[in-house]
Design a protein around this ligand. Structure first.
Ligand SMILES: Cc1ncc(COP(=O)(O)O)c(C=O)c1O
Length: 425
């Protein structure tokens, strides 16, 4: 993770005054706190103390049975013995990468992909690429992060036909707005697919529980490597979740979650259309986020710093790109964490930040722009037009908003920045 982005996001997380459109966190309103508390009591009541004892690397049987059952309902034919309970989907991806790729090899990813997976590939010396020859693929067929898109049928067929290992990350699959997900790739490609899932999005991430279904021939290697990593996933968390699942109607929970996030997504899309009508995005089929493209050759991390001064945070586009390019400026906005009203407020702030940011980029002569991070080559025609007008000192027609005099805009920006910086302190 880029150190500057990390620092800005930590600042935003510590400040309740900042509307957080970053992070991809589930809504805390949906954590079943009371039910988990009683599951904890039941799990720890057992006199043998099984929930507090060492366990096996593959995880506890009732949980593996539940996971196998839910995948079998989607068309797989698994025995619980083929499921490994992992410390989140992240560990499942790490095991799959370790056992299917060597350093220096290439893994195929979408043009935008899940940042922590991209970071993991880098750490392992595996090159992520959206094009060209690769040795394996990492995909999210049901709901991608960050776009919230689904994989086209032709792409599924092409991937399976390649015969290459596929890491199938189904983290958001159950959160498709239109209902239960389609069969996973593992149904057709059991011998090549490493299927990954998680309780982080549908229950809560703090318990750190996910799963891996490796290709059958890789199961023993995967178990040995899992044992090397951490002996076993947290036994108490497994016991709590398994108790919870025994009493909860999980399907009804999923129906509620889909409705909840669909509503939030609609609010965020409406706010973007209202406040930032020139930004482009595709409507997601599910998940937690929108992927927005501005088309401007401006630096995404500089814009994050500006947004923070206005009291709103987001995830800069470079985090999602395999080559980490910060331009053209794109960003991920998450609708999962904040309330619907705060989403509106956050986008209104973002629009003011964008106004100030684009205006400054347009106004500054090339040599005076804010340091090397403001990218000035390949400036778009709209920004060039703004520059020309503001140099003439007349009224500038802001392609991103209403007609504003340049002097008034400067004064307004100063006031907004001051208000924003007070909020952040
Ligand atoms: C696509 C995707 N895969 C995996 C993960 C990691 O999930 P976990 O918390 O289960 O490790 C995330 C978390 O944001 C994600 O977005």
């Amino acid at each position: 993770m880029n150190a500057r982005i990390d620092k800005l996001q930590r600042q935003s997380a510590q400040n309740d005054g900042v509307v957080c459109l970053a992070g991809g966190l589930p809504s805390a309103l949906q954590f079943p706190r009371r039910l988990l508390a009683s599951a904890f009591v039941r799990a720890t009541a057992d006199l043998r103390g099984a929930a507090l004892q060492y366990g096996w690397p593959e995880g506890i049987d009732p949980l593996r049975e539940w996971i196998a059952g839910s995948l079998n309902a989607r068309g797989l034919r698994l025995s619980p013995d083929e499921v490994i309970v992992t410390s989140g989907a992240q560990q499942a991806i790490a095991i799959a990468v370790r056992l299917s790729l060597a350093r220096g090899q290439r893994i195929g990813v979408d043009p935008e992909s899940y940042p922590a997976a991209l970071d993991l590939f880098r750490t392992r010396g595996v090159h992520a690429a959206a094009h060209g020859r690769v040795h394996a693929h990492y995909v999210m067929p049901q709901v991608t992060n960050p776009r919230g898109a689904e994989m086209a049928h032709a792409r599924r067929t092409e991937l399976l036909a390649s015969g290459l290992p596929i890491i199938e990350d189904d983290a958001y699959a159950e959160l498709r707005f239109d209902g239960p997900p389609a069969p996973p790739l593992a149904v057709e490609g059991r011998a090549q697919v490493w299927h990954v899932g998680t309780f982080s999005k549908t229950l809560c991430p703090g318990l750190r529980l996910g799963w891996l279904v490796p290709p059958p021939r890789q199961l023993q290697r995967a178990l040995r490597y899992k044992h090397d990593l951490d002996l076993q996933s947290n036994g108490l968390a497994q016991a709590i979740v398994s108790e919870f699942l025994r009493h909860d109607d999980f399907d009804a929970r999923l129906v509620r979650l889909r409705r909840f996030y669909r509503h939030r997504c609609a609010r965020l899309m409406a706010a973007v259309r209202r406040h930032l009508p020139s930004w482009r995005f595709d409507e997601p089929v599910g998940g937690f986020s929108l992927w927005l493209e501005t088309g401007e050759a401006l630096d995404d991390t500089d814009f994050l710093a500006e947004a923070m001064r206005h009291g709103v945070s987001f995830d800069p586009g470079r985090m999602f790109r395999p080559n980490q390019a910060g331009r053209p400026l794109a960003l991920r906005l998450c609708y999962s964490l904040e309330t619907a009203d705060r989403l509106d407020q956050g986008v209104a702030r973002l629009a003011r930040a964008w106004d100030a940011f684009a205006r400054r980029a347009a106004r500054l002569p090339d040599h005076a722009a804010r340091g090397p991070r403001v990218v000035r080559r390949r400036v778009s025609p709209r920004v060039r037009a703004l520059r020309a007008r503001s140099r003439r000192g007349g009224a500038a027609v802001d392609p991103l908003g209403p007609t504003v005099g340049v002097q008034a805009a400067r004064r307004g920006r100063r006031a907004r920045v001051q208000r924003g910086s007070r909020r952040l302190r």
